[in-house]
Design a protein around this ligand. Structure first.
Ligand SMILES: *Cc1c(COP(=O)(O)O)cnc(C)c1O
Length: 375
């Protein structure tokens, strides 16, 4: 059996090596390393894939979130509602911009922000909601959009983990995650569903003015060369990464299907195990399984992770400390947040190896061991 990894990038690369190597060599031949045709081409291809008007590439997913918040015209002290159960980047950029993060609960089934918890958190200072499509499936966007409309709130989707996932509205309309709010943000970190060979990220929007503003912000607030109208930052996707992404974008649906298949295999193997709650797929969602995350019931999680490691199976805790318990926010003097569902999940989730190259032999081995150790 091949060694098991959380993510197997080497084998994925092997499957597309000639095309990627050729695309990278082409960039090196042109020496157009910054911006240039490769970046413009990838932005167009991603816009077509997502069915969105504008894609603005940037340096990473964290920058994408920061640029989105900067473009939303917010003032220090404005309140931004966001889940506490997420990767730190989502919430960190809020504090970085001296905005006030208001942490709310997630739905214990989907792990995504709970609309009823959003409603309770709204105050006159609330200006935006940042839902996170966690682990590969969409938050309940229909409800979130209803709340946003009623209270005139800006919606920025953190789609770093769910590119290619879909959401179906009650009227039958289907949209891809990242294209439903005012702005969608994503990351091309190597282990993400669409990953490059370094850092990368992108913003998308259907709004022409927002697109223009975000382009400027990502480029030192520049309107034309050496004329700077806004305080911005320097956040670019480099051309070599764009070339890699153009190749990998063509494979994305296939990659996501491979993840889905592996997830279905896991779920079937755990179906009679009362100590494992397998991932719930909301009926309005097409899940792309960035992570395969189970909830343990009556199992010593640390011990299980150690036992799995002893038989060469990696397992990870995403995330051991929720945002509302992180020290980094102490300078904001936030009120105490009481988020029992988030705390409960934080203590019980564990993510198993999930990538595009898992084979049946590996899956059988992993599921046998997990079932054995949780008996
Ligand atoms: C990865 C990730 C980010 C940040 O992306 P980077 O490219 O690493 O900056 C933001 N939010 C979530 C939910 C992520 O998983």
């Amino acid at each position: 059996m091949r060694p098991i990894q959380m993510v197997d990038l080497k084998r994925q690369y092997a499957g597309i090596k000639p095309a990627v190597d050729e695309a990278v060599a082409r960039v090196m031949d042109t020496t157009a390393f910054i911006n240039g045709q490769a970046v413009a081409d990838f932005a167009d291809q991603l816009a077509a894939y997502l069915n969105v008007k504008h894609v603005i590439p940037c340096a990473n997913g964290t920058d994408a979130l920061q640029i989105a918040l900067m473009a939303a015209g917010l003032q220090p002290g404005d309140e931004i509602i966001t889940p506490s159960f997420t990767y730190i980047a989502t919430t960190e950029v809020i504090a970085l911009l001296r905005l006030t993060p208001v942490f709310v609960e997630v739905d214990p089934d989907t792990f995504c922000i709970d609309p009823s918890s959003i409603k309770k958190a709204i105050t006159p200072k609330t200006k935006a909601i940042v839902p996170v499509h966690l682990y590969g499936q969409s938050a309940n966007m229909e409800e979130i959009e209803k709340i946003a409309k009623a209270h005139d709130l800006f919606v920025i989707e953190d789609n770093a983990q769910s590119i290619g996932a879909k959401y179906r509205y009650s009227d039958g309309t289907v949209k891809k995650t990242g294209t439903m709010g005012h702005i969608g943000c994503t990351s091309f970190f190597p282990s993400k569903n669409l990953g490059c060979f370094g850092d990368g990220g992108a913003l998308c929007t259907d709004d022409d003015l927002l697109a223009e503003k975000m382009k400027m912000i990502a480029n030192h607030g520049q309107s034309k060369r050496y004329y700077h109208d806004l305080v911005g930052c320097n956040s670019r996707l480099d051309a070599i990464q764009a070339a890699v992404l153009s190749i990998k974008l063509k494979q994305l649906d296939q990659y996501n299907a491979a993840r889905f298949e592996a997830a279905a295999y896991y779920t079937n193997a755990f179906k009679d195990n009362p100590r494992i709650k397998t991932p719930f797929i909301a009926p309005h969602n097409k899940h792309v399984f960035h992570q395969y995350t189970i909830i343990l019931e009556g199992v010593d999680r640390n011990r299980l992770v150690e036992q799995l490691a002893s038989v060469q199976i990696p397992a990870m805790i995403y995330y051991p400390v929720p945002a509302h318990k992180q020290k980094m926010f102490s300078f904001l003097n936030l009120p105490q947040f009481d988020l029992p569902i988030t705390d409960w999940l934080t203590e019980r989730v564990v993510s198993l190896p999930m990538h595009t190259e898992l084979d049946k032999e590996q899956l059988d081995y992993i599921t046998d061991k997990v079932n054995y150790f949780t008996k």
